[in-house]
Design a protein around this ligand. Sequence first.
Ligand code: NAD
Length: 260
Amino acid sequence: MKRFTTVNRGDSESQRICLHIKNELSHAGFTYDAANPELVVCVGGDGTLLKAFHEYLNLVDNVAFVGIHTGTLGFSTDYTQDQVDSFIHDVIHNTPTIDEKRILEVMCTNTHKTQHFMALNEVRVENIVKTQAMDIFINDQHFETFRGNGVCISGQYGSTAYNRSIGGAVIYPGLDLLQMTEISGIHHRHARSLGSPLVMNPEAKITLKHESFDHALLCYDHLHIHLDNIHTITIKNSDQTMKFARFKSIPHIQRLNALF
Ligand code: NAD
């Protein structure tokens, strides 16, 4: 991993750390290559990692990411800003293990076209303006008619993100699963859906259909599009993975423990 680049959160401290890393790694014989990196060093927090993932999505098969944390909470960042020199030492001297995370793929279809998007944390269909009804199909089988604000679909990596805030299960690394969690589902004698999170195998395909998703949003990680005129949304795991370069081992329990 001799070609590297840096992505930062935009604040002056993260920018300063990126410059320091760039100088030190360049002196050690690494090449700064923002167009075709093998290693993307993300300085900021989990949001910076997501931003970097989407920025380098076209290279995702050949690039690995590592995070340095300069904010309040970094679930996926392996180093704090006090450990930057230790990070530089590890990059120069250690071979990282590669930790792969599934990438979600979403297709939004109307009568004219289909749009594709990718997500690392989750895909949400959410309507905060009016009750969103939708028929939910799992592997093309009708599962339920949902009414409420929407649903969140995540894999193992995103299980600790938005999914956790809405009562979804936290999934341990190594368990390759898909999860669908309701967002403010309406449950009464005339409207009923499962209510609890549904954990599925990684091959599951989830299709959301309704004649109107007007005013609803498709949120994928920190990004979103408006779903006006869309009538079918399909979410499944893609064949691609996002790769973390782990230069040191951090027990998952330690990461989880720092979350709450
Ligand atoms: P952001 O980048 O400010 O992140 C919001 C919080 O989510 C931060 O505390 C971040 O550390 C945490 N986070 C992000 N990904 C995580 C992960 N995989 N595991 C554990 N914690 C994680 O927010 P943003 O730019 O608006 O959205 C980015 C992501 O933040 C979204 O994909 C979503 O999962 C998450 N988010 C969560 C909530 C919530 O929990 N209520 C609200 C908004 C966004």
